[in-house]
Ligand binder design. Structure first.
Ligand SMILES: NC(=O)c1ccc[n+]([C@@H]2O[C@H](COP(=O)([O-])OP(=O)(O)OC[C@H]3O[C@@H](n4cnc5c(N)ncnc54)[C@H](O)[C@@H]3O)[C@@H](O)[C@H]2O)c1
Length: 271
């Protein structure tokens, strides 16, 4: 396996490797992950399984969820796939029943669904706007509503994937900013509401090299990396590490927070 160098992965210690793992923090614990067939969700499935979790890998792409679960099992991890469209409120109780019948507990719920919707507000039609909010924000409502009893019983945690679009304005993405801003506020609200029973936090990624970036022109990727103090796009594993931290006992005194993981993009004045 190739060694990570400061040149190839700025911001990382030369002795570290993206696969570096702290001690298993999730042994005997169960996690349900959404939108986990690719990108950040899939990396989180791998990370949590490596740390000992039983992982229910869900995605609207059921075959993709199966592929990720199979990959985890092939490496000795414990994972099951489930087709789950997070925008369908009726599918959520069934997903929670699946996890309850499997391990009897739910320690971590990672609500990760979302997608960019470019378009200035005067260009967006009602359907695009509402579908966008349904995917990234309503899904959090549906998922948390269904999972509260099981999460409460385990003293569990919820981590929602937000975005730096909730923190800074990028021209041309108003629906995305609204949805992720809603996520940001909702985790604070829920953290207070369920204090002492369930912790709620958001991980707030900057640009991360996933399917969302597939169609981005090379020039834009280079420009984005140059505007990021750490000097590169994020990798899904960078976000997975933050989700694992927020979902673990290492973060037992952290709730209602938005943890920005963006290589410094949102604190920099670089244009
Ligand atoms: N990649 C980035 O630069 C970036 C930056 C900030 C935030 N995010 C957020 O990270 C999250 C994950 O995105 P990613 O970058 O890993 O993208 P990705 O395209 O790699 O993965 C998205 C996954 O969502 C699934 N999905 C789509 N609709 C769904 C539905 N209705 N129900 C369940 N699953 C559904 C897809 O099948 C896919 O597997 C999103 O919430 C995104 O907004 C990404």
């Amino acid at each position: 396996m190739s060694r990570t160098t400061p040149e190839s992965h700025p911001g990382r210690h030369p002795d570290s490797h993206p696969d570096h793992r702290p001690a298993a923090r999730f042994t005997g614990r169960t996690a349900l992950l959404t939108a986990a067939a690719s990108g950040i969700g899939a990396a989180t499935a791998r990370r949590l399984a490596d740390e000992g979790a039983s992982v229910l890998v869900t995605d609207v792409d059921a075959a993709g969820a199966e592929r990720v679960a199979e990959e985890v099992r092939a490496k000795g991890g414990d994972a099951r796939p489930l087709g789950l469209d997070v925008t369908n409120p009726e599918a959520w109780p069934e997903a929670i029943r699946t996890v309850e019948e499997w391990t009897g507990r739910l320690d971590l719920l990672h609500l990760n669904a979302g997608r960019n919707l470019p378009g200035a507000i005067h260009e967006l039609d009602d359907t695009s706007w509402h579908n966008h909010l349904r995917l990234a924000l309503d899904s959090v409502f549906y998922g948390v509503r269904a999972a509260v009893p099981l999460l409460s019983a385990a003293g569990g945690a919820v981590v929602v994937t937000g975005s730096v679009h909730a923190v800074i304005g990028f021209s041309g993405f108003p629906a995305y900013a609204a949805a992720k801003g809603g996520v940001s506020a909702l985790v604070r609200q829920l953290a207070v509401e369920y204090a002492g029973r369930i912790r709620f936090n958001a991980v707030v990624p900057g640009a991360v090299d996933t399917g969302l970036w597939t169609d981005a022109p090379d020039e834009y990727r280079v420009q984005t990396a140059a505007r990021t103090p750490v000097g590169r796009l994020g990798e899904p594993e960078d976000i997975a590490a933050a989700v694992a931290f927020l979902g673990s006992d290492d973060a037992s005194f952290i709730t209602g927070q938005n943890l920005v993981v963006d290589g410094g993009r949102s604190i920099s004045s670089q244009e």
